[in-house]
Design a protein around this ligand. Structure first.
Ligand code: AHR
Length: 512
């Protein structure tokens, strides 16, 4: 045999072995933990065209709107079952003085948006606009308080303004501004990225600041319990989480945050649409790192809070690339490809599988910024591949997590490996099982045998999101290039399902 033929045969045999069958066992009667709907949360910062020119066009716009908020965006997010929306930042939050954003719009003072492009912020979108918008969306508001450049009194007043039912200086002001009933805001962030744009604090100092702020933020009897969330670590800064858990009494904490972005290199992020397979691989590596980060931050929290009362709140996550050519570098506007659908699919599977600790999460960001679910261009609006993943996965919201074991093939590039398949499963209140599966391999299909332990079901259906090329995206000229389709090729025999996932695909199965 010629040397070349021998090498070819060896490679072929190796490939056959490495692309064998994947196995998944789902324990259908062993679920104990609820997947909080709030891990499907979103984030809207005063950044670029997220609020202005995104959500908010003003009530004199020719674009159909309700009190200035685009109706098409409201409808799209309602279909997504958006559970919560974080606002007004991000870095912007620690520069924001909420009293500048209430009262008659023409009397509101302007400010400069220090972090995002140095543009003038006219404060025309403020507390009432945001909280009323959340009511339209049916979403829980998550307000980020200003610790970096604000005061304890200012934040305590904001809580009283939004939540106090009786007569008080702040509730009187609220009524004067047109709103009598309190909004009952439960989720409160005490600063953002306090280690960086939120004040460059050391964790010990921030822990003390947190204790002070938390002391003066009252529940005002009508929310059923405020959730006070500490500004958390960046990525693998485990010392930050450890210091907070050690120094803040558990009774003062509702959640500890953590941020992780999938980025190639902060100085050379690369294009959102024009990227190599090597760049794709490294972004997927970053996305999958979320599992390790969540596991390790949760293990630290377990030491101080073994009963898991405190939530790990991943209130910023997503892919971060170079801005689109010709757009303001401070506006973080990027396109969204099937690569982003892969990030969303694997990340949400990780959150589902860590539902015991991860109980709030927020994709960064909702409209026109970073890994957006919606992009707008004047009167036009498009839904991104990430939107569709969030929509397909919303079946997991508030369902019971089903424990699973997964043995999978590797996706190999240049000698490096990543697990090709990711999965999570849940059972909803009607007993319907949903399994979400992702194949990140851009070239190989993955055959999976799924055993449903403890249950025999008959009816199987599914939906798939995929495309021909990793770099494919929805544009204003081709808005529906990527959208979910029925997935009819899976089969079920008693309690065994056989599924073949095409390359770069997200599939959600429904089993009744
Ligand atoms: O989401 C964009 C920015 O990323 C946020 O303002 C900040 O919190 C993070 O660094």
């Amino acid at each position: 045999m010629k040397k070349n033929t021998f090498c070819y045969l060896l490679t072929y045999l190796f490939l056959q072995l490495s692309i064998g069958q994947n196995n998944l066992a789902v324990n259908t009667d062993a679920g104990k933990v609820k997947i909080s709907r709030n891990i499907y949360g979103h984030f809207a910062e005063h950044l670029g065209h997220c609020i202005y020119g995104g959500f908010y066009v003003g009530d004199t716009s020719s674009i159909p709107n309700t009190n200035g908020v685009r109706n098409d965006i409201i409808d799209a997010l309602k279909k997504l079952k958006i559970p919560n929306l974080r606002w007004p930042g991000g870095c912007f939050a620690d520069t924001y003085h909420w009293k500048d954003g209430i009262g008659p719009k023409d009397k509101r003072p302007a400010m400069v948006n220090k972090w995002w492009g140095g543009v003038t912020e006219d404060n025309s979108f403020g507390t009432h606009d945001f909280l009323n918008m959340c009511e339209l969306l049916g979403a829980e508001p998550y307000l980020s308080g200003n610790v970096g450049s604000g005061t304890v009194q200012e934040l305590a007043d904001w809580v009283q303004y939004t939540n106090f039912k009786g007569k008080s200086p702040m509730s009187d002001l609220r009524t004067q501004n047109g709103r009598t009933a309190p909004w009952k805001v439960k989720l409160w962030g005490i600063g953002n990225e306090a280690w960086g744009c939120g004040g460059n604090m050391k964790p010990e100092y921030y822990a003390d600041e947190y204790r002070k702020y938390a002391t003066f933020i009252s529940d005002w009897e009508n929310t059923g319990g405020l959730m006070r969330i500490a500004s958390g670590a960046s990525d693998a800064d485990y010392n930050w989480t450890e210091t907070l858990m050690k120094n803040i009494p558990l009774g003062m904490l509702g959640g500890v945050a953590m941020h992780h972005y999938s980025v190639l290199d902060w100085n050379k992020k690369g294009s959102a649409t024009d990227f190599s397979e090597d760049q794709y691989f490294h972004i997927m590596k970053q996305a999958l790192l979320m599992d390790e980060l969540v596991t390790k931050h949760a293990a630290i929290m377990d030491k101080y809070d073994p009963k898991q009362k405190i939530a790990l709140v991943v209130d910023e996550w997503g892919g971060w690339y170079d801005v689109e050519k010709g757009t303001n570098p401070g506006f973080l506007y990027q396109q969204n490809t099937i690569r982003d659908a892969m990030i969303a699919g694997v990340t949400l599977n990780i959150f589902n599988n860590h539902a015991d600790r991860v109980r709030v999460a927020n994709l960064a960001q909702c409209v026109n910024v970073l890994q957006a679910v919606i992009l707008t261009n004047k009167e036009k609006m498009i839904l991104t591949p990430t939107y569709y993943v969030m929509e397909m996965y919303n079946v997991h919201q508030d369902a019971t997590l089903l424990p699973l074991t997964l043995t999978v093939n590797d996706y190999i590039l240049n000698g490096e490996k990543l697990p090709a398949v990711s999965a999570s499963a849940s059972k909803d209140s009607l007993g319907i099982i949903h399994i979400s599966l992702v194949n990140i391999d851009p070239l190989q299909s993955q055959k999976i045998s799924i055993v449903l332990k403890g249950e025999t079901k008959k009816n199987l259906s599914g939906r798939i999101l995929t495309s021909k090329k990793l770099q494919d995206y929805n544009s204003f000229t081709e808005p529906e290039k990527i959208k979910p389709a029925a997935f009819n090729t899976a089969s079920i025999d008693k309690n065994v399902l056989t599924v073949t996932l095409p390359p770069m695909a997200v599939v959600v199965l429904t089993i009744k």
